[in-house]
Design a protein around this ligand. Structure first.
Ligand code: ARG
Ligand code: ZN
Length: 884
């Protein structure tokens, strides 16, 4: 059934307190649930309809008396209730060990864990499982002391002790009213890294990171990240830690990255565990950002939560923005901040832009869904984060912090909407461009699609003016009657020699600024800059100031000016990418040969050799746009052609810059102890790129020296970033050496599940040659280490192949699509959330050229025709096939 935003109605009852008692047993856990229930007198009286899923009900008492009840699909309905307020006691059982959905209460590695967002609590007990019903929870856990020595739930530990029969108990109380999706419990054999901190305001807190026994030495970075998060939120937004105790627990089976349960965050091990030997720089940065993200939810999500799930971006977009800002504030240099921004935008364009142009396109605040779990999307998260970033751009950094303060003054303890948030930011900045344009600005929440902005400039020498015309059009998925967006566009003007020119508009007092904000809030507008001494090159959308597609008509010469001179590092990188993209697109279209011109090669060499640029930035510039991003620019996609062109250009860059890659490889090696800081990480990234380029070039020349060096590095590297980089270089160039390197790698890390995930995913995403990768992927399905039931492992093989290897996946015989259909159906019977995620691989099938398109459709139809398909996967393939 379709759920509609416009159908929101407040609940007829409130649940004010909950007392839960769990007798934990993998096969049959008993739950006693005592609730104090109040009628919501603002709405007409009606029956109490409690959500419940896969539960066995054993009894229902209202005010201690048994009451009659009935079952409806997904609900327990109680018609005859005491007048006024009452207590309700429900007893039920559930079966954690059979819970392969990993939603609700489940077992993993011999322990109990929960995941309740969005609608998992109803798989634990009957409840008004919706975020606007907030209650104070008291939770008692009982379990075997030997098997589950650690018993955790939200809030503060109030009591613990032994019970007879080798069992023990712990009682937890969370003083903050919360929606059921923030409930959590853990019962397992775990150990904790602990740290006490005293915050600015002088309060003392205990931080814990709980992991399995052997993993304690892998928790230092997660703990450091947590401490940094606490300090940052207090410094930047004056938001303190409000709990005596804050816990993170790592679990190996988890559908998503992590979950912000009040005081008891539960994390995928991938975002907790790291040592230099087992985790890459990317993993270290991922841990910092996810630890930050979940911690920041404590205010943006938990203290103020969502009224209904259509408002998901209220907490997710805002918290993504906050974790991005946190990561940027963690680095010292402006250029390291820019690197983070470039990576975030690259992710947005690679995932969110296609989503927003395809069958799953939806506004940041969706209007309807079948399964809310399908709407934990890049649009709600990352585009939602961009919407918050635009607000900050429009009101300024201090203005935004004031807006946050007003938001919490108004709404602390409430379940609210995206409108409430935007209103608070605008009201705290009454004179701002946001306040002026608020109704129009909020279209970012309501209209789907990536807007296009076209810019054309004209220089007038006699008057020394430059007039910039800006025009916008909504993306094709915005729907009929779409109205203009409010688009903040940060601009600079640059002289041909690289000099920054003033950016003064007519009728303004002169200023020396070289960058400024323009706000495009109509379909079309003109801006005239004065005192411009020479024809400028416009640098538009600096820092990617809005999530739009910009077409500014700049040619190679102008892009080279930006690449060489722009003071905005984002646009500098962007200019390089656009030079590369233009060449790839021309070759793919057959309008130009696959060969790179010397102007482009020289520009890349200048970047690589530049004494002033950071290694991290160089690596980003010298990496060609991804195959997926290239495909997004085309109406008809031939994935094999794109792959061939990109590989050919990569090989040319490898050969033409051989001496420069060698120089980079030799001079940028990091020595000394491993530190996951942006400077060292940038050097490692560039060294690894250089190594892969040198291997490609060497193999083309029949020279074994560089592959030999890479092999040696797989054996000897002192950290995972270098080891994985070397293995990747071999997988991309020298199949014969890659084979023993892979064996070596596996033998070294046989007992490290997160490293074995890398081992699978590297093989699955290696550049395809003659179907070898596909063959390997099919064989790996039967590898003893493979398991479809573990989401990380399933993603590392199937996800990495179907999403991360377009040339392997899109085969002219359709075998890749058949493989996809088989796996989605297998997964769907086990874990429907994960199956629905994997199903999204086919979102863009209609763009494909034949024969791919027809074969893709056949595979989609086969999945759609499956009789017992979950509603989750059905919604995805149904939308893909065009029957909403
Ligand atoms: N709120 C979590 C986070 O963003 C994600 C939970 C995802 N749950 C889901 N059912 N999709 O950190
Ligand atoms: Zn989140």
């Amino acid at each position: 059934p379709l759920v509609r935003r416009e159908d929101y109605a407040p609940p007829p009852f409130w649940i004010r307190t909950v007392e839960l008692t769990f007798d934990l047993d993998p096969a049959k856990t008993m739950v006693i649930n005592r609730m104090t229930v109040e009628r919501n007198r603002a709405v007409p009286a009606g029956p109490l309809r409690l959500h419940g899923e896969e539960l066995n009900l054993t009894r229902v008492l209202a005010d201690g008396q048994s009451v009659s009840f009935r079952h409806e699909p997904g609900f327990l309905v109680i018609d005859n209730l005491p007048e006024g307020d009452f207590t309700l006691e429900i007893r039920n059982t559930c079966c954690p060990e059979k819970n392969t959905q990993l939603s609700g209460l489940y077992t993993s590695g011999g322990g109990f864990f929960t995941q309740c967002e969005a609608e998992g609590f109803r798989r634990i007990t009957y409840f008004l499982d919706r975020p606007d019903v907030m209650a104070v929870y008291t939770v008692t856990l009982r379990a075997s002391q030997a098997q589950y020595p650690v018993l955790l739930s939200n809030g503060n530990l109030v009591e613990q002790g032994e019970l007879e029969g080798g069992r023990h108990f712990a009682k937890w109380h969370d003083p903050f009213p919360k929606p059921s999706y923030l409930f959590a419990l853990v019962a397992a054999d775990l150990v904790a890294r602990e740290q006490h901190i005293r915050t600015r305001s002088g309060s003392e807190h205990l931080l814990q990171v709980w992991v399995r026994r052997g993993d304690l030495d892998k928790t230092e970075h997660a703990m450091n990240s947590l401490v940094a998060s606490v300090v940052w939120d207090e410094a930047r937004f004056k938001l303190p830690l409000d709990l005596e105790r804050f816990m993170i627990v790592a679990v190996g089976d988890f559908n998503m990255g992590a979950m912000e349960n009040k005081g008891l965050n539960i994390f995928n091990t991938k975002y907790v565990l790291a040592t230099p030997a087992t985790a890459t720089d990317t993993d270290y940065f991922g841990i910092e950002s996810v630890v930050g993200h979940e911690y920041f939810h404590n205010w943006t999500g938990n203290r103020v939560t969502c009224r209904d799930w259509f408002q998901l971006s209220l907490k997710e977009g805002l918290t993504v923005f906050r974790d991005q800002e946190f990561s940027m504030d963690m680095v010292e240099s402006a250029s390291a901040r820019a690197v983070k921004r470039i990576e975030d935008v690259r992710g947005l364009r690679q995932v969110q832009f296609p989503e927003d142009a395809g069958p799953m396109a939806h506004p940041v605040r969706p209007d309807s869904y079948v399964e809310i779990n399908n709407f934990y999307t890049a649009t709600v998260y990352e585009k939602g984060g961009e919407v918050v970033r635009m607000m900050q751009t429009l009101v300024g950094r201090d203005g935004f912090a004031r807006g946050m303060t007003l938001y919490f003054e108004r709404h602390d303890g409430q379940a609210v909407t995206c409108d409430d948030f935007a209103q608070a930011i605008a009201d705290a900045n009454a004179e701002s461009e946001l306040a002026r344009t608020l109704p129009g600005f909020k279209r970012w929440y309501a209209q789907a699609g990536t807007p296009r902005v076209t810019a054309r400039g004209r220089y007038d020498a006699p008057t020394r003016t430059y007039t910039l015309g800006l025009e916008q059009a909504p993306g094709p998925t915005a729907g009929p009657g779409a109205e203009p967006f409010v688009i903040p566009i940060t601009v600079g003007l640059i002289g041909r020699s690289g000099r920054a020119l003033p950016v003064e508009l007519e009728d303004e007092t002169p200023s020396s600024a070289t960058s400024r904000l323009l706000v495009l809030d109509e379909a079309k507008a003109f801006f005239t800059f004065v005192n411009v001494d020479e024809p400028p090159v416009p640098s538009l959308l600096r820092g990617f100031s809005a999530p739009v597609v910009l077409s500014d008509g700049l040619g190679d010469d102008e892009l080279l000016v930006l690449l060489n001179h722009d003071s905005d590092p984002f646009n500098r990188w962007e200019a390089g990418q656009r030079l590369a993209l233009a060449r790839i697109l021309a070759a793919v279209a057959g309008d130009a040969p696959d060969t790179l011109d010397s102007a482009f090669v020289d520009a890349m060499r200048r970047v690589l050799r530049s004494p002033e640029l950071d290694a991290a930035f160089k690596e980003l510039v010298l990496t060609l746009p991804s195959e997926i991003y290239v495909a997004e620019q085309l109406e008809r996609v031939d994935p094999q052609r794109i792959h061939a062109v990109r590989e050919s250009m990569k090989a040319q860059l490898a050969g033409a810059l051989r001496a420069d890659w060698e120089w980079a490889y030799d001079t940028l090696q990091v020595t000394g102890a491993y530190r996951p800081d942006p400077v060292d990480a940038g050097r490692r990234a560039l060294v690894n790129l250089a190594l892969s380029m040198l291997c490609i070039d060497a193999v083309a020349r029949g020279d074994e020296a560089w592959p030999g060096r890479a092999y040696q590095r797989v054996k000897d590297a002192s950290n995972m970033t270098d080891r994985q980089g070397a293995l990747g270089a071999l997988l991309g160039s020298h199949a014969a050496l890659a084979k023993p390197a892979l064996e070596r790698f596996h033998a070294l890390f046989a007992n490290e599940p997160l490293v074995i995930d890398k081992w699978f995913s590297m093989q699955a995403s290696a550049p395809e040659r003659d179907g070898e990768v596909f063959g390997a992927v099919k064989r790996l399905l039967h590898h003893p280490d493979f398991s479809l039931a573990n989401p990380n492992r399933a993603r590392s093989l199937i996800g990495a192949f179907c999403m991360g290897n377009p040339a392997g996946f899109h085969r002219a015989d359709g075998a890749g699509y058949a493989f996809w259909a088989d796996r989605v159906l297998e997964l769907d019977a086990m874990n429907r959330q994960l199956a629905a995620r994997m199903a999204r691989v086919m979102d863009r099938w209609k763009q494909l050229a034949e024969p791919y398109r027809g074969l893709a459709e056949a595979a989609l139809r086969r999945v759609a025709a499956h009789p017992t398909l979950s509603s989750d996967t059905r919604e995805i393939v149904g939308r893909a096939l065009g029957n909403e």
